[in-house]
Design a protein around this ligand. Structure first.
Ligand code: HPA
Length: 272
């Protein structure tokens, strides 16, 4: 575990040496949503494979790099591509970048993802503000010896997505006339999509959307005292609510909302 902490510090030192200074907001860009990073001015680009300790992303549509740049005067650190549990990474790797962010002193994190709609009033190619989450992954990234320097053993998750951040997203969407759903995101491990029975269960248990990411990162961010905002792109209706599911549709739907998505992210980051 001490080695793990050393690895986190090494990665943070490397990023500092490579010009990553103050960060107003960090952003994790989900499947098909990476293009937002191209709107950052004076970007420094650091591929994950150059950062000591960083795992390397393998999913199509994930560039696997950090982009540090400026947006309307705000310093932004964007992750183009994340590490999924279903890729075979241990949880410690999945949340490694968040721990590096914590050591860098980052206080605000905007997480995004592609998700399936479970709430029948949703439709594909809509954006959803994440108000809370359900961890259906069957594990937790904090299992194991606690790194007390990074946060408490039993972190409070009562305000996993901070209220002021949620209000800011709603106000920005309203100003920009971007339709915005809101709801609870439930994370399954994947990589198979859920069955219709699992989706019915998720709905009864309070989910509005399902996906295969985000929850581990949000748990670790909360433990470290980082304030989190979450936005899902509903790329499809979940299993049983539409005929079939496939990854191509997910990629296409995220492409079709990318202009709204980019505009909303810019407005939120500027206002934060
Ligand atoms: N289920 C899980 N993850 C997803 C989905 C889904 O329907 N759509 C996009 N990511």
């Amino acid at each position: 575990m001490d080695l793990y902490f050393e690895k986190i510090n090494l990665a943070a030192d490397f990023l500092r040496q490579n010009g990553i200074g103050h960060v107003d907001t960090a952003v994790i860009l989900g499947s098909g949503l990476g293009e937002f990073a191209e709107s950052l001015q004076s970007p420094s680009i650091i591929p994950y494979q150059e950062i000591p300790g960083f795992p390397v992303s393998t999913v199509k549509g994930h560039a696997g790099r950090l982009v540090y740049g400026i947006l309307n005067g705000k310093k932004v650190l964007a992750m183009q591509g994340r590490f999924h549990y279903y890729e075979g990474y241990p949880m410690n790797d999945v949340v490694f970048p968040i721990r590096v962010m914590a050591v860098l002193g980052i206080k605000q994190l905007l997480v995004t993802n592609a998700a399936g709609g479970v709430n029948e009033s949703f439709s594909s190619a809509q954006l959803m503000l994440i108000t809370d989450h359900i961890n259906f992954m069957g594990t937790n990234p904090l299992i194991g010896q606690n790194l007390d320097t990074l946060g408490p053993r039993f972190p409070d998750m009562s305000h996993a997505y901070f209220k002021k951040g949620q209000e800011l997203v709603k106000a920005a969407a309203s100003d920009l006339h971007i339709p915005l759903q809101e709801g609870v995101y439930a994370a399954f491990t994947g990589p198979s999509y859920e069955t219709p029975a699992e989706i019915r269960m998720a709905r009864i248990w309070g989910a509005d959307a399902v996906g295969m990411s985000t929850v581990p990162e949000v748990i670790v961010a909360n433990q470290a005292g980082i304030a989190v905002i979450g936005i899902s792109c509903i790329t499809n209706m979940a299993a049983g609510l539409q005929k079939n599911l496939n990854h191509e549709e997910v990629v296409q739907a995220s492409a079709s909302v990318k202009d709204d998505f980019k505009a909303l992210l810019s407005a939120v980051i500027t206002a934060l």
